[in-house]
Design a protein around this ligand. Structure first.
Ligand SMILES: Cc1cc2nc3c(=O)[nH]c(=O)nc-3n(C[C@H](O)[C@H](O)[C@H](O)COP(=O)(O)OP(=O)(O)OC[C@H]3O[C@@H](n4cnc5c(N)ncnc54)[C@H](O)[C@@H]3O)c2cc1C
Length: 300
């Protein structure tokens, strides 16, 4: 297994921002992954780092990156995928065998583990819709457990894994038989929608910065609060949609967190609504960042 020390992680993140990580494990299969989890109780787990802001000042601990774990099996209308497989790849695999239900995964760069953890969703579909069960590593118990859909407590961008520190090893989905041409058409429709409404990865970003509050849209509130075009250091709020931050010119994580905090405060002051960040944070060495993250409840 590849293990890197003092590893500069910036290029692996979709924000193209980040510093040095003390130790990074890249397991290639579930056995190796479980071995790392058993022997490193404090290790943190990440997939494709498409929803994570990594501190420019790095992280003095150990992490796992799962993206070398890409096994999958297809049995009838069920597909089981390792946590590191990327969503767009799994959507193509499903389409290739005439199975519908994962078309929403085609347009954003998460790993299956990250998507189950976040209950990712788009275009009216979410992970929970076709989820059957996941094999997870229970950090408290130090063992592998199987969680059915009813045990996952899925809700908007949330699953039980967030509250109970469960690590997703693999997940099984039940899909519907459909014509490949219809599945491809739906995926193309999803991709065109994204092209018109969201920044491509050529503009480094992490997707939506804030969750939608109940009954409203974070983008609408942020737009009404006038944050579009706001710039701090190398980071800017995207001019076409106010819930996206673009790393425009080599932004530091502090630039990005400062802009997130201004966005949060503008909406709070003007509308009395406290937006909740969807993006996650890995860091801890920069005092200003830690203070902002605490205020935004991104860390305890
Ligand atoms: C351009 C763009 C568009 C996006 N559009 C959408 C969208 O439409 N809908 C949507 O829901 N999201 C969207 N996202 C956000 C992101 O892709 C999703 O949140 C995705 O689920 C994150 O997966 P990841 O592997 O990159 O997670 P990471 O960023 O690596 O991790 C995110 C969180 O998941 C945890 N995690 C990762 N892997 C595991 C695992 N195996 N077990 C337990 N915990 C784990 C991490 O600890 C972290 O807390 C978008 C992002 C980008 C960059």
């Amino acid at each position: 297994m590849l293990i890197e020390e003092n590893y500069d992680i910036k290029r692996l993140t979709s924000f193209k921002c980040g510093g040095k990580i003390k130790k990074v494990f890249f397991p290639e299969n579930i056995d190796e992954f479980v071995e790392v989890l058993n022997s490193n109780p404090d290790v943190k787990v990440f997939g494709n780092l498409s929803n994570t802001l990594v501190s420019t000042d790095g992280y003095d601990g150990e992490i796992v990156i799962t993206t070398k774990m890409t096994n999958f099996t297809v049995q009838g209308n069920r597909i089981t995928a390792d946590c590191g497989l990327k969503g767009p790849k799994l959507a193509q695999i499903a389409a290739g065998v005439g199975l519908s239900g994962l078309e929403f995964m085609v347009g954003f760069p998460g790993s299956i583990g990250g998507e189950v953890f976040m209950n990712a969703g788009a275009h009216g579909q979410t992970v929970e819709d076709c989820f059957i069960e996941a094999k997870c590593y229970d950090k408290e118990e130090g063992k592998v457990v199987t969680l059915s859909k009813s045990s996952m407590a899925f809700s908007y961008r949330s699953s039980i894994c967030q509250a109970l520190n469960l690590i997703v090893l693999s997940a099984e989905f039940e899909l519907q038989k459909a014509f490949k041409r219809d599945i491809d058409a739906k995926m193309n429709e999803n991709l065109s929608f994204r092209k018109s409404k969201q920044p491509s990865l050529a503009l480094p970003n992490c997707g939506s910065v804030f969750r939608n509050p109940e009954g409203d849209s974070a983008g609408r509130l942020l737009d009404a609060a006038g944050v579009k075009g706001l710039v701090i250091g190398g980071a800017g709020v995207w001019e076409n949609h106010a819930n996206f931050i673009i790393n425009e010119r080599n932004a530091t994580s502090e630039d990005i967190l400062k802009i997130i905090y201004v966005m949060y405060n503008e909406v709070k002051e003007q509308f009395g609504i406290e937006l909740q960040p969807e993006v996650r944070y890995l860091g801890g060495n920069n005092k200003t960042e830690v203070e902002i993250c605490k205020k935004l409840k991104m860390i305890k």
